[in-house]
Design a protein around this ligand. Sequence first.
Ligand code: R5P
Length: 315
Amino acid sequence: MEDIILFTGTANPELANAIAHKLNLPLGACASERFPDGETAVRLLESVHQKSVLIVQPSSPPVNDNLIELMVFADACRRAAADRIIAIVPYFGYSRADSSQGQREPITASMVADLLQTVGVDRVVTLDLHTPQIEGFFRIPVDSLTAVPTLCDKLRNLLPPDIVVVSPDPGRVPMATAYAQLLNSEVAVLHEQRKSGTETMTIQVVGDVRDRPCLIVDDIISTGRTIIRSIDALLRAGAFPEMTVAATHGLFIENAQTKLSHAGIEAIFVTDTVAQEFRDWPKLHVVSIAAPIASAIQGFKSDHSIHNSYEKRRS
Ligand code: R5P
């Protein structure tokens, strides 16, 4: 892999190091700093001339800072005559802004795709995009990987045999189905419904969860509200009160840790797409996603396109 150089931004150097280790590559020398006024400056401290450059930088919180840093990196590489620039964006910020919810609203995920291409990114590698249509916002190749097999490998021997995989909303059914196939289990779906014009929303549980242990799966845990709301609905439906949670991206903002110390949660599994700094949270287990990213990168050498997302696996 002589013509490849791998840089890390500041968002998740641990993951970049793990990927570099798997590829037997040193990390490229660079410096990235924030000025007191909030501006970002990046310097490449080695030549990228005619090389394939990989930049590992999830656009996790602080989303805007990390996104700008990724773009500044790409701009520096383009101006230094890199042959191609591959953005490894394990967590793609703004992925939930994938459609317009009403009049005069932006589709920010599409704008981010435009920005990355404008600064010279030739290819994007990402995991478990909130919706697959985000790939369509790009005119460059997008390798959309999934963490589901990696998480299932970790979970398989830890879960009780009669587990039910729960999708917290209809949008996560394809992901829940992928988990259920790999874990040989059934799927239940939570569905928010307004009973009448005057009554508040209630969550209906579609599927058999009574007296059964549940694995709630999601792409993102942000504030933790969706998970807590799901647990409450499952408990009301008679599910076994020790549940497991699995998600690809753990953002854990706004006191999520406090919320997720809910007695109904036995364990939470996330990947390292987003850097995790919790030291005192025994229920949280972080599973590394470095191996599938590294093997996707190895595929570039033969110019294979990697299509590993669970949507494509189903077809
Ligand atoms: C929503 O559609 C997503 O799939 C997640 O369920 C959501 O982003 C989680 O956010 P929070 O943890 O704040 O409820």
